[in-house]
Design a protein around this ligand. Structure first.
Ligand code: RFL
Ligand code: PHB
Length: 390
């Protein structure tokens, strides 16, 4: 088998890249380890920046997002028992974000791929990447008891944090920067109306919590929990009770509870691998970097990587220029490090750190008060939250 671009991973990065390449008339095959249903069952991101929205439109998959997604113009910060609104749109000269679940976006991309009859191999076993330091890279995988090989011009490693692409690079050729936080997020999805029309990010003495949503009838809530907690130990009732204790009285009263559709714990991590290009293989999205979810940046950074990568590959084929692929890594990393900084900062501001003690809390309180009292500080936060320009 031969293709121009072999894409490893059918998460948002791989599917979006496949769609954009298809629009440009460039062939790609996607290899995915899991089934499509499994990929759709992972409840993850919920907030899209304008850059991501524009890219989905460019890929021709934005129709349902514009119909069902909910534009948000601000969010609440709750601390010291009081809520303060950050007027995103007012502070950024008219910018906004969109609430639209990663599962929905993934479904739209999968449907578009199916409609265009583009090749995706689900349940591709034991994927391995070869000769990406030459002009003729190859990818091997197993399916239905047989080994298959794909010859290609480029390999796109869109295979997430635990993927095979980054792991196949010689150790000396990659530098990894990592910080693991001493807590995780317990998330719960339920068919209940959201507690508030905008998101609430809460710093309480019992730990961080977040009230988010997927629609007017579906809510997504998160609680900061110790890394030692197991999801089996959290009944729905215990979750709702703990969330109530972390909210202010008006939210507590308005909160509608119900059975969970999904509940899971995610550890929090900051991670960047440099560079993101190794000869004819590129990394994009979670394969190259992870942010703690506090800043809602993970999916959005994945989308901007894909935009740069797709542009570079198109330039290579249409203009016979390697300038784009040569600059790919540097261009991505400049934006990524800014997203990493914001996500790290927002995480530090909102969570209880078990080793920071009373002084840690006092410093957080001072920073939170400064943040809501200073237009300059609120603007810095708002412009990072809506997403920095490309
Ligand atoms: P994914 O989604 O992990 O997809 C990678 C795919 O590659 C497959 N794969 C392989 N396939 C073949 N062979 C192999 N050897 C393979 N190894 C792996 C995997 O099965 C998978 O299908 O990475 P991608 O596409 O780069 O997308 C990244 C996003 O999923 C991620 O950044 C976001 O979900 C992060 N995130 C958020 N981002 C936002 O922008 N806004 C948010 O509000 C937001 N909230 C979140 C989040 C992530 C969370 N968790 C659980 C990590 C909230 C949470 C709780
Ligand atoms: C979500 O809805 O899943 C979500 C929203 C905002 C975040 C993180 C996650 O910062």
């Amino acid at each position: 088998m031969r293709t121009q671009v072999a894409i490893i991973g059918a998460g948002p990065s791989g599917l979006l890249l496949g769609q954009l390449l298809h629009k440009a008339g460039i062939d790609a095959i996607i290899l995915e380890r899991q089934t499509g249903e499994y990929v759709l069952g992972r409840i993850r991101a919920g907030i899209l920046e304008q850059v991501t929205i524009d890219l989905l439109d460019e890929a021709g998959v934005g129709t349902r997002m514009h119909k069902e997604g909910i534009p948000h113009h601000g969010f609440d910060m709750l601390f010291g028992g009081e809520r303060h609104r950050i007027d995103m749109t007012g502070l950024t000269g008219g910018k906004q974000v969109m609430v639209y679940g990663q599962t929905e976006l993934t479904r739209d991309l999968m449907d578009a791929r199916k409609t265009a009859n583009l090749p995706t191999v689900y349940e591709a076993g034991n994927v391995t990447v070869h000769d990406f330091d030459t002009l003729k890279p190859r990818v091997r995988y197993e399916k239905d008891g047989k080994t298959h090989e794909i010859e290609c011009d480029f390999i796109a490693g869109c295979d997430g944090f635990h993927g095979v692409c980054r792991a196949s690079v010689p150790r000396g050729a990659v530098t990894e920067y990592e910080k693991v936080y001493p807590f995780g997020w317990l998330g719960l999805l339920s068919d209940t109306p959201p507690v508030h029309e905008e998101l609430i990010y809460a710093n309480s003495t019992r730990g961080f919590s977040l009230c988010s949503m997927r629609s007017q009838t579906r809510s997504r809530y998160y609680l900061q929990v110790p890394l030692s907690d197991r999801v089996e130990d959290w009944s729905d009732e215990a979750f709702w009770q703990e969330l109530r204790l972390r909210l202010d009285p008006p939210a507590r009263e308005k909160l509608v509870t119900g059975p969970s559709l999904e509940k899971s714990i995610a550890p929090l991590r900051s991670f960047v691998a440099e560079p993101m290009r190794f000869g004819r293989m590129f990394l994009a999205g979670d394969a190259a970097h992870i942010v703690p979810p506090t800043g809602a940046k993970g999916l959005n950074l994945a989308a901007s990587d894909v935009k740069y990568l797709c542009g570079s590959i198109i330039e290579f084929y249409k203009e016979r220029s390697e300038a784009g692929i040569n600059h790919y890594s540097d261009r991505c990393l400049r934006r990524i490090w800014k997203g990493e900084r914001f996500s790290w900062w927002f995480t530090n501001l909102m969570h209880r750190f078990p080793n920071d003690g009373a002084i840690g809390q006092k410093l957080q309180e001072a920073e939170l008060e400064y943040l809501i009292g200073s237009k300059a500080a609120s603007t810095v936060m708002a412009e990072n939250y809506v997403g920095l320009p490309l």
